[in-house]
Design a protein around this ligand. Structure first.
Ligand SMILES: Cc1cc2nc3c(=O)[nH]c(=O)nc-3n(C[C@H](O)[C@H](O)[C@H](O)COP(=O)(O)OP(=O)(O)OC[C@H]3O[C@@H](n4cnc5c(N)ncnc54)[C@H](O)[C@@H]3O)c2cc1C
Length: 524
């Protein structure tokens, strides 16, 4: 058994932001399922939004844009904290050494601020198109070089230990030895990121199986906004074999590309976004995703095209080096060739219900980052607000956790055991494919009662086959994916209207009178 004051499950932007603050008050342990640094944070391309240009922009404008994107479900207090404390946290990040692109003029504090969909001002700080990598590097170096936390890599949190209504820590699996290990802490902060891997097509990394949300739900924590999954309009579509599709993410083509003038064309070569929204290519993500979905259906195709001719070769190479080189490796010269793209599951607005201090309904248990839901994004997240969310609310969770009473005594007497898988690999992959393909086909961009009931039937069939205590990593993840698929589908059924990222073809309009509210679920 290993003890500490603060146990942080997850080492992305939210986890490391929490670790930096928590280290001021006690001993910190960070668990990461994969290699430290592996997660959505390091994949982020476009940037991090903050109103640091106080001449052309303001936190009030950022507040208004976030509220507008959230389609009536943002918590105003949370958004106000995000946009104001966000500026402070980003400035700290810069002081720590984060190298964001600079401008030739002093406007915007000397930073090259980008524009993205549904932002009315240029406010996106970026490091080329590898912003997440730069942020992960900055935070990771700080935590490691100043020994702010003990990092346990390849250590998968399985289930929370909750006694007498208090969270005492987590049972985990050491993936190198396959042995179970118990971590006991005064406060546990879940920062395990999103759940894009519930879907067949996703931009999310392999670790994004929503483990933290599933373990919190099993332990009795409330989860909310489970129906709100954001689909990014433009991920690269290539010939993919089934094995790759099940495990690997689709490569994202950042929204910032459209911010710089890239155009969407259908397979007939026609520009189409103006038909759907006056903002054209820079309309909110849900509108662009549904427009692409419609164009693909009408033209019987699995993709549309993104043309960068208007951006120009020089700017493409300078501003989007990762996208340029990755596409080149895959046979596309995007200074000349159109990019075949389609929507993929990208971001989860729902998750573990918390207040603005990351508190859950279980004592001594906190959550922050993409696994948490406090209404900061409402029904639809504004581009580049999620890195900011992790940075701000990870910090706040650690700050709130410092006042927890110390030294809970655990009555558990954990043993370290070697675990053995129940399922054969072929069976496991088959169940995973059933969950992921049904979620994609029936519970993605466009949903209906009929499609949701069909998905529910298939998910329940898999669930019935998983009636055992999962032991190996892939089994634990499959169980979590199945639970989350059930919760997303149930919430989508329970909301008979369309709002933000949740679109029901049988209820295409929003119904503020009855449904301008959050749905909350708790294990009975
Ligand atoms: C391709 C891509 C591009 C994006 N671009 C942007 C962008 O430009 N701007 C923006 O604001 N947002 C962007 N996002 C979203 C943003 O990156 C994420 O929302 C954010 O990084 C989430 O941070 P996090 O700390 O909550 O989780 P993550 O960074 O995903 O970290 C999760 C951590 O939890 C660990 N973990 C997971 N399960 C377990 C477990 N069971 N036990 C132990 N550890 C576990 C993982 O190992 C990892 O360390 C992008 C996302 C993707 C996928």
């Amino acid at each position: 058994m290993t003890k500490c004051d603060y146990l942080i499950i997850g080492g992305g932007i939210a986890g490391l932001s929490a670790a930096m603050e928590a280290a001021k008050y006690g001993k910190v342990i960070v668990l990461t399922k994969g290699k430290a640094g592996e997660g959505a944070t390091e994949k982020a391309q476009g940037g991090i939004a903050a109103a640091i240009d106080q001449i052309r922009d303001s936190t009030q404008f950022h507040f208004e844009d976030t509220i507008a994107a959230g389609a009536g479900l943002c918590d105003e207090k949370a958004v106000r904290i995000l946009v104001t404390e966000g500026v402070e946290r980003v400035k700290e990040l810069i002081e720590m050494g984060a190298r964001f692109d600079r401008a030739e003029t002093e406007a915007g504090g000397g930073f090259a601020l980008a524009l993205e969909g549904a932002h009315k001002r240029r406010r996106i700080l970026h490091a080329g198109d590898a912003t997440g990598e730069e942020i992960q590097r900055t935070l990771g170096s700080k935590v490691v070089s100043e020994k702010l936390a003990d990092i346990y890599q390849y250590t998968l949190g399985i289930d929370l230990i909750v006694e007498n209504g208090k969270c005492l820590g987590v049972n985990a699996l050491d993936l190198k030895s396959n042995k179970t290990e118990t971590f006991i802490a005064n406060s546990t902060i879940i920062t395990t990121g999103g759940l894009g891997q519930v879907y067949l097509y996703t931009t999310n990394p392999e670790v994004a199986t929503g483990d933290g949300i599933a373990m919190a739900y099993r332990a009795g924590a409330a989860v909310t906004d489970m129906e709100f999954v954001q689909f990014h309009p433009t991920s690269l579509v290539q010939f993919e074999d089934l094995k790759d599709i099940i495990a690997l993410p689709r490569f994202l083509i950042s929204e910032a590309v459209r911010g710089e003038g890239a155009m969407l064309l259908n397979t007939k070569g026609e520009r189409f976004m103006q038909k759907y929204d006056v903002k054209g290519e820079l309309a909110p993500r849900d509108i662009v995703s549904r427009a692409i979905y419609k164009e693909m259906k009408e033209n019987n195709s699995d993709h549309v095209f993104l043309s960068l001719v208007k951006v120009g070769a020089e700017k493409i190479k300078k501003r989007f080096p990762v996208i340029y080189h990755t596409c080149l490796e895959r046979g596309l010269d995007i200074t000349k060739d159109n990019i075949p793209v389609a929507p993929s599951a990208h971001y989860f607005m729902g998750g573990i219900k918390t207040d603005v201090d990351g508190k859950t309904n279980i004592a001594n248990l906190y959550a922050a980052g993409e696994c948490a839901s406090l209404g900061v994004h409402g029904a639809n997240r504004l581009a580049s607000n999620s890195l900011l969310d992790g940075l701000v609310f990870g910090h706040r969770a650690a700050l709130a956790a410092r006042s927890e009473i110390r030294n809970h005594k655990s009555e558990t007497n954990p043993k370290s055991e070697i675990t053995k898988a129940h399922l054969k690999d072929k069976e496991l992959q088959r169940f995973k494919l059933i969950i992921k393909s049904n979620m994609w086909k029936e519970v993605s961009i466009v949903r209906s009662k009929e499609s949701l009931l069909q998905a529910q039937k298939m998910i329940n069939e898999v669930d019935r086959k998983l009636d055992f205590e999962p032991a190996a990593k892939e089994e634990i993840e499959l169980k979590n994916l199945t639970l989350l698929a059930k919760l997303i589908t149930q919430a989508a059924l329970d909301r008979p209207e369309s709002r933000g990222a949740h679109y029901r073809s049988d209820f295409p309009k929003s119904d503020d009178k009855n449904w301008k509210k959050h749905l909350v679920y708790k294990k009975s």
